[in-house]
Ligand binder design. Sequence first.
Ligand SMILES: [Zn+2]
Ligand SMILES: [Zn+2]
Length: 291
Amino acid sequence: MSSPDFARNSDNYCYRHPDRQSFVLCQRCLRTICPECQTQAAVGVICPECLGQQAKTQTPAQRKAERRWSRPRAVTATDSRPLVTYGIIAVTMLVYLTQLIPGSPVQELLAFNSLYVAPAWGFAPFQPWRLFTVLVVHGGFFHVGLNMLAVWMIGRSLEPLLGRWRFLVLYLLGGLGGSVGVALIAPGLWVVGASGAVFGLLGALLVIGRHIGANIRGILLILAINLVIGFVPGFQVAWQAHIGGLAVGALVGLIYARTRSVRRRALQIWLLVAVAVGLFALLLLPPLIYR
Ligand SMILES: [Zn+2]
Ligand SMILES: [Zn+2]
């Protein structure tokens, strides 16, 4: 993505900091703004200029009400915390704790096996939620620990850059890509873990930019350790999920990078829907290929 026309396109950079790449637009003037320039508004975020104008056009009564009812500016202005990243980690760790309860059925209910998403096969009941719930069940402390470390390392720089919804959609589509990869390459294999989604984040990160300040070397090291422990008996870490997640993540990253301006917002949503529909459609293939 370092082609000259991409670099020249100012839509891709904060209008106040031309060297900072970003995907988030001010909800009022629709210009691109970096995490530092974002202030949380009622809907979305707004830029410092619009924040100033808003304050100027308020009547004294409105200003008084704002002082009384809203949180102090200092708090809202710094609210670019990666809340979706924290949420993913919290939910995953919570589910892992329930797996530790003796006799817990959580893993059996939530793990992924392609037999459960291909009714045409007739081997197992149709339980499509396993495509996504596989992301929250893990094979052991190191498995969940390393995956969540990777989510945190990538999410803290990628989420403020993309915005919360785009980050969450990327995570879920990467996870779906991982499950579809397993269904296509290794039908019948049981898998657990967030690795597909983690590789999806990595795929997007590799496409979107090496210059956003994420420690890619550190992330690759974590993923390498994760791959190695995949061969330790007792862990089920599927390389098929890594490939699927990586490919879908890179594709979603490309979509985000090419449809950043507000004129292309509808196109962005339709392309994401198309990716999801395409992935679901691929699930029809395994029963045809492996009879
Ligand atoms: Zn603005
Ligand atoms: Zn900025």
